[in-house]
Design a protein around this ligand. Structure first.
Ligand code: 5RP
Length: 226
């Protein structure tokens, strides 16, 4: 029987955390896979295997978890991170990513753009040949004038809907909404530029040219994608 996905996510997380050394400044990702990395960091600090780590979390949930495990979590400053570890929703062979199904894409991008090394951790179901194959592209939008923003996005060819949770509109840690969109076409850099230039859009879940490597766990073992 193949190990379940939770076991695989944990294996990928443990591999990534093996790169961490005492004294490093870290970016902590968000989501069910990043959670295992935070737990492993907490375990290693508690066991005395790592010390003097400083961290910035990409969501309130990761911040709370990290602090509960005794990690030193602070605000985002212009200081570069040694390593950020995070999950992803889709990983292309080029290591371009879709992120944000966990709702933390803005803080993730703010933190991870400052990382000297962005390490992605995932189970094998996240690998795709081309972004958009399985996951929608999350786009964080301002609540004010959201219907106008959605009209602009639909005018660009986006098909999708505002994210809901338990029937209610999903609100991000930044007080914004998320439009989960699908686009035709593969000019991702062009799409990113266009979306970033669209009034009402705060940020997109396209993480292009950011990841250094991914540890992808499958039943046959953890594979490194570089
Ligand atoms: C959160 C994210 C997550 O990294 C992404 O959704 C993957 O989550 P999971 O590890 O739970 O599949 O981008 O905004």
């Amino acid at each position: 029987m193949s190990p379940d996905l939770e076991v695989l996510k944990k294996e990928a997380a443990i591999r990534a955390v093996s790169l961490i050394e005492s004294g490093m400044h870290l970016g902590l990702g968000t989501g069910s896979t990043a959670k295992y990395a935070i737990e492993e960091l907490g375990r290693k600090v508690a066991a005395g295997e790592l010390s003097n780590l400083t961290c910035v979390a990409t969501s309130q949930a990761s911040d709370t978890l990290a602090r509960s495990l005794g990690l030193d979590v602070g605000p985002l400053t212009p200081q570069a991170f040694d390593i950020a570890i995070d999950g992803a929703d889709e990983i292309a062979p080029s290591l371009d990513l879709i992120k944000g199904l966990g709702g933390a894409l803005v803080r993730e991008k703010l933190v991870e753009v400052q990382a000297k090394r962005l390490i992605i951790i995932a189970d094998h179901t996240k690998l795709v040949q081309a972004l958009g194959q399985k996951a929608p592209l999350p786009i964080e939008v301002l609540p004010f004038g959201v219907d106008s923003t959605l009209e602009r996005l639909k005018g660009l060819g986006a098909v999708g809907e505002l994210r809901r949770q338990s029937g209610e509109l999903y609100i991000t840690d930044n007080g914004n909404l998320i439009f989960d969109a699908r686009f035709a076409g593969q000019d991702l850099a062009g799409l990113e530029r266009t979306l970033k230039g669209t009034l009402g859009v705060v940020e997109t879940g396209l993480f292009l040219n950011m990841a250094e490597r991914a540890f992808v766990a499958a039943p046959e073992g953890v594979r490194e994608v570089v």
